[in-house]
Design a protein around this ligand. Structure first.
Ligand SMILES: Nc1nc2c(c(=O)[nH]1)N[C@H]1C(S)=C(S)[C@@H](COP(=O)(O)OP(=O)(O)OC[C@H]3O[C@@H](n4cnc5c(=O)[nH]c(N)nc54)[C@H](O)[C@@H]3O)O[C@H]1N2
Ligand SMILES: Nc1nc2c(c(=O)[nH]1)N[C@H]1C(S)=C(S)[C@@H](COP(=O)(O)OP(=O)(O)OC[C@H]3O[C@@H](n4cnc5c(=O)[nH]c(N)nc54)[C@H](O)[C@@H]3O)O[C@H]1N2
Ligand code: SF4
Ligand SMILES: [Mo]
Length: 714
């Protein structure tokens, strides 16, 4: 080709470039940042770029994960056709054949062993429509009581605490922009700087307005770097810290007596329990100084307004419910709730961490935050679904307990939609064993994950760029993720997959939808009159108003932006203090011993998301962090003979894992930290015990007792 020909070839190619814009929102965390993914196609090759879009919550901001989130969606690893396993190998199949295999196996297992032989396991990445449908599918399509979801590991402590104390659980009790005006902010076990980066500007604004920020975390993080006071607590001791803060608030006369008298129950009982606490002794036990704890109480008590945010650091404990309740007590004692710039936030995690916990994926729940144990609630939902109330199953068990029932072979089949339990459950070795013992498993997935590999049938699901639906963000704002990219290969939306399985099982009449919106309209009705009331929300309204807050009982309702300003959502309109005498229970906690002398706590890093299936398929994100690691304090490293950059073995009563040692002064000497984003030999959940919080069934992901030694290859 001569120069002229080359130039005109290039020109023709350039003019042939096409640009397609997909307006969407990030599939990862609960901020739900709005963005545009721009696809530029030239000579058959596509290039992508991402830009943030303005919206009331994140104002056009994006973090590094959101900027790169298209990479997994267009990745060559996407499963694009149904797969059926024969003789241990997966083979591509048609949808008809895959559905026929599913029908035959489910019907066989249910005939032999009863309806409860099949279980359903969902996720907080699913849209409201799909979360709702999955719960309906379990109860109406399969008639099984066994349904739960990964949010059990995420939101159950905070959700149960909010429900018991305030009568209602919504991520933030206040609109997010009120943070900027709050004068004292406690961040308890939350690392927003890495986990919800677009939340951080609200804190920065508050700081500029003179707010005092207190961070409670055993580690120094990018979040604690913003703090005026960092309480570097021993892992799993936050309940005691909460009680000490209560004691100092009372002692220093920062109690709002009118609020306690008029708007709460149980104040006197709490006071009695605080009397006996010995601060010196307890502060030593939790690894803090009396001075620092006292200052925290003083700052919060004396501030004109205040907010408390909790996340998984304090919640993923076997006493997570009680711990959160003590932090809620602080709000009640000081009357810092139900007012502008004063309130609570359970920093939700997954894209739909909020909506996913409201509409029936949980073992004990029906849509709209209704209870499966309440006869009136059952009747209402049975009516909406057009079934007999008596046909609805009873309550089942929590996510990890389903794994135990599978391992015990009481549950024979599993339908997995939107989770990767081998990496995310505690006691990963048990989960591995459980999934391999199943008689039949179906997974709706985008990728061949460690969990999907156990399936007999994998159904290819669409990605967030392809699938429309509503997601409720951290604020409690219901947002609409539009979708315009065509499904990849033969993949289908989860709602189509669920409906098609229901149809082959003879339940098609209950699942005949033509769009996500048609499911939403049924959800509106099902949630009507419930605590999470979506009745007044429609796709049109969400588009017009950039999202709508729940509860929203009518089309005229504005949706509430400051909850509990007049009354709480409890039986008598008053909030409930938590005190031990109210519900003392035996709680199993991991303790160090001679054999397992160190604590390990687990969590997240900026670059990766949960079990890593998505972010590790982004070349840019994996380049930033391509393997797991464990933070070890330099003094601890020298005592245990481990060196930076080398592999180390961590062992607990449950199992072992091998990680790269990273020496860091940011962690306590008695504690290690490792992220949860890797599987295989780097799976941190091989170390975590299966003990659960007795109230909400949350595992203790944030505290295990381990040994540490250098890795030696044989
Ligand atoms: N980059 C990134 N962002 C994410 C996610 C992700 O995987 N990656 N996941 C999303 C999801 S689903 C969730 S739930 C959220 C989670 O968001 P976070 O809860 O903020 O994240 P974690 O890192 O699990 O834990 C928070 C902090 O708790 C600290 N911590 C550990 N043990 C204790 C303890 O005993 N007491 C106290 N006070 N603190 C402790 C840890 O050191 C950590 O800094 O993030 C969401 N955003
Ligand atoms: N040690 C330790 N363990 C933890 C935690 C911790 O802090 N420490 N945190 C816990 C928390 S808070 C959480 S939320 C859990 C999360 O645990 P998981 O739910 O197991 O994590 P994900 O990686 O989000 O798994 C989602 C899977 O679903 C697929 N997927 C994504 N979107 C969709 C969709 O729309 N439809 C379908 N069908 N599939 C989809 C993804 O490819 C991925 O394989 O982990 C928990 N485990
Ligand atoms: S990961 Fe969270 S903060 Fe980052 S872009 Fe996505 S939604 Fe926004
Ligand atoms: Mo989560």
């Amino acid at each position: 080709m001569n120069d002229n020909m080359l130039a005109s070839f290039r020109e023709r190619q350039q003019s042939a470039a096409t640009e397609t814009v997909y307006e969407t929102q990030c599939p990862f965390c609960s901020m739900q940042c709005k963005k545009k993914v721009i696809e530029e196609k030239r000579a058959g090759r596509a290039k992508y770029r991402t830009i943030g879009m303005d919206n009331p919550t994140t104002k056009g901001r994006l973090c590094v994960k959101g900027k790169n989130a298209y990479q997994h969606a267009v990745h060559k690893d996407r499963i694009t056709a149904p797969l059926i396993k024969y003789n241990g190998e997966f083979h591509k199949s048609s949808w008809e054949d895959a559905l026929a295999v599913i029908k035959q196996n489910i019907q066989h297992l249910q005939t032999e062993h009863g309806s409860d032989a099949i279980s359903v396991y969902g996720g907080g990445s699913l849209t409201n429509e799909e979360a709702y449908l999955l719960g309906k599918f379990a109860r109406v399509g399969l008639g099984t009581k066994y349904v739960d979801y990964n949010g059990r590991f995420c939101m159950s402590s905070a959700a149960s605490a909010g429900t018991k104390a305030f009568g209602l659980d919504r991520g933030l009790t206040n609109r997010i922009d009120q943070i900027a005006d709050s004068k004292c902010i406690i961040l308890a076990g939350t690392n927003v700087a890495e986990c919800q980066p677009t939340f951080v500007p609200y804190l920065e604004e508050a700081k500029q307005n003179g707010s005092f920020i207190i961070v409670i975390d055993p580690r120094e993080t990018d979040t604690s770097a913003m703090a005026d006071l960092h309480l570097k607590i021993k892992p799993g001791h936050d309940k005691t810290l909460g009680r000490l803060l209560e004691k100092f608030i009372v002692q220093d006369h920062f109690v709002d007596n009118t609020f306690c008298r008029e708007r709460t129950n149980g104040y006197e009982e709490l006071l009695e329990e605080l009397d006996v606490l010995q601060p010196e002794e307890l502060c030593k036990e939790i690894g803090l100084t009396v001075q620092d704890v006292h200052e925290a109480a003083y700052r919060f008590g004396s501030a004109a307004s205040g907010m408390i945010f909790t996340a998984r650091g304090v919640e993923q404990q076997t006493d997570g419910h009680e711990t959160v309740r003590h932090f809620l007590n602080l709000l009640l004692l000081t009357g810092k709730i139900g007012k502008y710039a004063s309130g609570y936030g359970a920093i939700t995690g997954q894209a739909n961490g909020q909506g996913g916990r409201e509409h029936g994926q949980k073992a004990d729940q029906l849509p709209g935050y209704r209870s499966i144990e309440n006869p009136e609630h059952r009747r209402y939902i049975a009516d909406v679904w057009g079934v007999e109330e008596s046909s609805l199953p009873e309550k089942g068990v929590s996510a990890y307990e389903m794994m135990e029932r599978i391992e015990e072979e009481e549950i024979k089949g599993l339908i997995l939609v939107g989770s990767n339990p081998v990496i995310s459950n505690p006691n990963a070795n048990l989960v591995d064993k459980a999934l391999s013992s199943l008689s039949f498993m179906v997974a709706a997935e985008m990728f061949m994950t460690e969990s999907a590999a156990y399936a007999d049938v994998i159904l290819p699901t669409t990605s967030y760029l392809e699938n429309e639906g509503t997601l409720t963000n951290m604020e409690g704002r219901v947002t609409l993720r539009e979708a315009s990219r065509p499904p990849s290969g033969q993949s289908k939306h989860d709602w189509q997959i669920i409906s098609e399985i229901a149809a082959v099982l003879g339940k098609g009449d209950f699942f005949s939808y033509d769009s996500a919106e048609s499911i939403f309209n049924e959800l509106r009705l099902a949630s009507r009159g419930g605590k999470a009331d979506y009745y007044g929300i429609s796709y049109d309204r969400i588009r017009r108003e950039s999202g709508v807050f729940w509860p929203c009982p009518s089309e005229e309702s504005e949706g509430e932006t400051t909850l509990f300003s007049q009354h709480f959502a409890t039986d008598n309109g008053k909030a409930y203090f938590y005190y031990d005498g109210a519900a003392s229970r035996e709680t199993k906690k991991e303790c160090t011993s001679e054999a397992y002398p160190l604590f390990i706590t687990t969590g997240r890093t900026m670059n990766h998301y949960l079990t890593g299936e998505q972010t590790q398929r982004s070349s840019r994100l994996i380049a930033r962090e391509f393997e797991s690691f464990v933070y070890v304090h330099p003094e601890t490293a020298s005592s245990y003979g481990v060196r930076s950059g080398e592999l180390v073995v961590l062992a607990s009563k449950q199992g072992e894992t091998t990680l790269r040692c990273s020496i860091s002064e940011k962690i306590r000497t008695d504690t290690l930290f490792a992220p949860m984003h890797w599987g295989g030999t780097q799976n941190i959940n091989k170390l975590i015990a299966g003990d659960l919080d007795p109230i909400c069934r949350m595992p203790g992901f944030k505290r295990a007792a381990v040994s540490l030694r250098p890795y030696k290859s044989e």
